[in-house]
Design a protein around this ligand. Structure first.
Ligand SMILES: Cc1cc2nc3c(=O)[nH]c(=O)nc-3n(C[C@H](O)[C@H](O)[C@H](O)COP(=O)(O)OP(=O)(O)OC[C@H]3O[C@@H](n4cnc5c(N)ncnc54)[C@H](O)[C@@H]3O)c2cc1C
Length: 219
């Protein structure tokens, strides 16, 4: 890999994807199957009726449905009274594009489990990406204020591991993500809300682990 470590696991199975393109491809598939997609439409109110659910959108439209699936990420916790998730602020730094395509062995995904953890990967357009340096989440303002200093730390982290590889930062961003007690997502019914299912891909690997519906919402 080009750096030293006391120990490591090299595994065959790992993957990365362009989440934006993947989401659009999934929505296109749903459209072909007859679903309707309304983006930029916020659901402001959910009313549970004896045999149905009524949703009210931000522009006053009403939708009546027999079953509701809530997949609104961290916003969903407002409907669940038990504490199911710990929120963290996380940071990412992306380099300019390089002319070279191979940066380290097979450009494999790198995950360093130290505390705070760091992860590194390359992109389709030959950029280098480093992320991690999480902090406990309080509010978006506090999270965003740390972006500059976290980016500097991430750049330092990268240079420490790969002193010979040039990393010219071009983009940086921060986001909130949640961890659950066993790292698994929550998928399933929630007794206090009739006719309603939750699909919450919480966790640093929430989407990945959603493949196996083991983290059923049994609280
Ligand atoms: C910087 C960062 C890096 C990450 N890296 C990785 C990684 O490398 N690998 C990995 O597996 N995971 C990663 N994660 C975690 C991963 O992004 C989440 O686990 C995953 O996105 C959760 O999916 P979700 O469908 O449950 O919710 P979300 O992706 O949060 O989707 C919720 C959606 O609901 C919408 N919404 C919210 N409220 C309403 C409302 N009232 N009405 C209508 N719509 C609403 C939101 O706009 C959003 O589109 C990362 C997260 C961050 C922030």
């Amino acid at each position: 890999m080009g750096f030293e470590a006391p120990a490591a696991i090299y595994s065959q199975r790992a993957a990365y994807t362009d989440a934006y393109t993947l989401t659009h491809a999934l929505l296109q598939y749903c459209l072909q199957q007859g679903a309707a997609v309304y983006d930029r439409t916020k659901v402001n109110d959910i009313a549970i009726n004896p045999r149905s659910v009524t949703l009210t959108t931000h522009n006053g439209q009403k939708v009546q449905t027999k079953k509701l699936v809530i997949a609104t990420g961290y916003e969903s916790v407002q409907y669940i009274k038990e504490k199911v998730v710990d929120l963290k602020g996380t940071y990412v730094l992306l380099s300019e594009t390089h002319n070279q395509k191979e940066f380290w062995h097979e450009n494999c995904l790198l995950w360093e489990t130290r505390n705070p953890y760091r992860y590194m990967r390359t992109t389709y357009d030959n950029r280098l990406l480093i992320g991690g340096r999480d902090v406990d989440y309080y509010n978006p303002l506090k999270r965003d204020k740390l972006l500059k200093s976290k980016s500097r730390q991430l750049l330092g982290d990268f240079n420490e591991l790969f002193p010979k590889l040039e990393f010219l930062p071009e983009f940086e961003w921060t986001g909130t993500f949640g961890t659950t007690k066993d790292g698994l997502p929550y998928i399933g019914e929630y007794a206090p809300m009739k006719h309603t299912y939750f699909a919450l891909g919480f966790g640093g690997n929430g989407i990945t682990f959603s493949r196996w519906p083991r983290g059923l919402l049994q609280i």
